[in-house]
Design a binder for this molecule. Sequence first.
Ligand code: IPM
Ligand code: MN
Length: 359
Amino acid sequence: MKFQIATLPGDGIGPEIVEQAVKVLKAVGERFGHEFNFEYGLVGASAIDETGDPFPEKTFELCMKSQAVLFGAIGHPKYDNDPKAKIRPEQGLLAMRKKLGLYANIRPVTTFNSLIHKSPLRPDLIEGADFVVVRELTGGIYFGEPRGRSENGQKAFDTCVYTKEEIERITKLAFSYARKRNKKLTVVDKANVLATSRLWRETVQEMSKEEKEVEIDYMFVDNAAMQLIQWPKHFDVILTENMFGDILSDEASVITGSLGLLPSASVGVHTSVFEPIHGSYPQAAGKNIANPLATVLSAAMLLDSLDLLEEAKCVREAVNSSLDEGVVTEDIAEDKAYSTSEVGDWLASFIDSRKTVQV
Ligand code: IPM
Ligand code: MN
């Protein structure tokens, strides 16, 4: 089959890690007889430099006509220390989410046996921890109006807004994930303080009356932040609003000792986007040292979304083998560290060698 993949490398290490995922997908294409057509687009700081717009119309059109979007990372330090910058790379990501209607961000957190000792938590706490954060992505304080500064600049404000409809559609999705997993859903909010959180809780409670299969519990976000490191195995599916999800999923990523390994999918109305959860890691840009595995695992989620389940499994097998064999980058290497491109080459030839074995 033929697939059109919008490929948006972005900034920092984005281009290097996306290149490895492309290599892997090409190997999958060879092995399983598919044709992936990668068409590249600009996003983030690199798009601002070339066009003045962090999410140019042309990139949007490319995403819309593609079956999936493979995304690297965005962000550049020159903007981080300039709070007055009018246009920021992050706006590209937010515009993409809004324009593609990507209302749900799915972040699976799994442990890898060979990395458990890298976690700051005790091995017995994390062995077998396996949960997924379902983060609402196009509402809440990230997008609510009004936002801005008072005329004299002495006051700044953001607004957190949620409609019942926004809560219902993501809750439906979270229920469907929970049904396919261990049938346990934890809703994280701050319903003791925030009106939006109370609407979340009320809405999920109403919907839960019709939901016979899934067991639902509710947790305040401060407590959830604590429980997540005290007892990560408690969680199966976590459903939460935009900003809480942003914070909790970063916290969750270090639990497993594998920040460079966590993929994500953003899904919604139009084309879905697949990207690693880590950032653009500017210090490593161009050095060929960044860990490409989170992007490669995001490519596996992309394959799942195209219903290429065998293919996705094969990519995950390749990643597991690279971890077992120690073909990994310096962030997780015990002895010899491999470069970004060496890891990509190894994964591609692993997938390819499966072909020779099968033929
Ligand atoms: C993420 C990032 C983004 C977010 C930033 C870069 C706007 O941290 O994808 O989690 O806050 O959503
Ligand atoms: Mn984040």
